[in-house]
Ligand binder design. Structure first.
Ligand code: ARG
Length: 259
């Protein structure tokens, strides 16, 4: 199982880097030209299954990342367009030039940096464990030998997969909430996911809790196509302005209440 996953990941990475090498200079040009021709559309790839960062509210996609993207687009004089896709398709979508930015509560990590560039971070986050109220799992060490649910391709998936060595099994779902539901139905023992969505899921459902001890501390940033320094610099400048003016904090505070 693990081998298969690694093989698939390797294949994905190799395909990614092939695409990146094959078309780098030319693709950047085409993208910039296309952007201008389209009247400055900034396409954001996301996975709107991740409250409070991006989620569906009736027919609309809302959340912290959406508001950040809107504020950035405004500063760049562009119109925001949102593409809601599978989380593990976001990086390929940026790599192929179909999306300009990836904003999806996406954690910066070494592996991803091989395929995309990241902006300066806009917030810190952590991976936590959700269990049923009556679970015998009280901390990270108790995950050994258990069945753990994650959203496919997330850092939760990466960290939970470390426990495979201890005999744990990892169940990978396309949405984080599907993992939570499976746990509530007793199909799996625990879920590893980012703290803020965990808080939302626990608040909205009876009988589950977040363990005090987190697995990791991480940083979220905006992904852009590797080598697109022009866009990256514009985004970093706009992001710095949003931080300085207090607008970024205001957006975050609107969705996350201070403890
Ligand atoms: N922070 C985690 C990661 O980068 C999870 C992000 C999931 N985001 C989403 N929109 N579903 O892997």
């Amino acid at each position: 199982m693990k081998k298969q996953v690694i093989a698939l990941t390797m294949a994905a990475i190799m395909m990614g880097s092939l695409t990146a090498c094959g078309g780098s200079g030319k693709t950047a040009e085409t993208t910039a030209a296309a952007g201008e021709a389209a009247g400055g559309v900034l396409t954001m790839a996301t996975n709107a299954e991740f409250p409070p960062y991006e989620y569906h509210d009736n027919n609309e996609i809302v959340g912290i990342d959406v508001e950040i993207a809107n504020a950035l687009a405004e500063k760049l004089g562009m119109t925001l367009e949102i593409e809601d896709i599978a989380f593990d398709s976001i990086i390929p979508e940026i790599d192929s030039g179909k999306a300009d930015i990836g904003l999806a509560g996406m954690t910066v990590n070494e592996d991803r940096l091989k395929n995309v560039d990241f902006s300066d971070p806009y917030t810190t986050a952590s991976q936590v464990i959700i269990v049923k109220d009556d679970s015998d799992i009280a901390g990270p060490d108790d995950l050994e030998g258990k069945s753990i649910g994650v959203q496919l391709g997330t850092t939760g998936d990466i960290y939970a997969s470390d426990y495979e060595e201890t005999g744990s099994t990892i169940e990978r779902y396309s949405k984080g909430f599907e993992a939570v539901q499976a746990m509530m139905q007793g199909k799996i023992d625990a879920v590893v996911i980012d703290l803020e969505p965990a808080k939302v899921f626990v608040e909205e459902n009876e009988g589950i809790k977040i363990l005090d001890e987190a697995l990791t501390v991480e940083e979220y940033a905006i992904a852009v196509k590797k080598g697109n320094t022009e866009l990256l610099e514009k985004i970093n400048t706009a992001l710095a302005e949003l931080k300085e003016s207090g607008e970024l904090q205001k957006i975050i505070d609107k969705y996350i209440s201070a403890e």
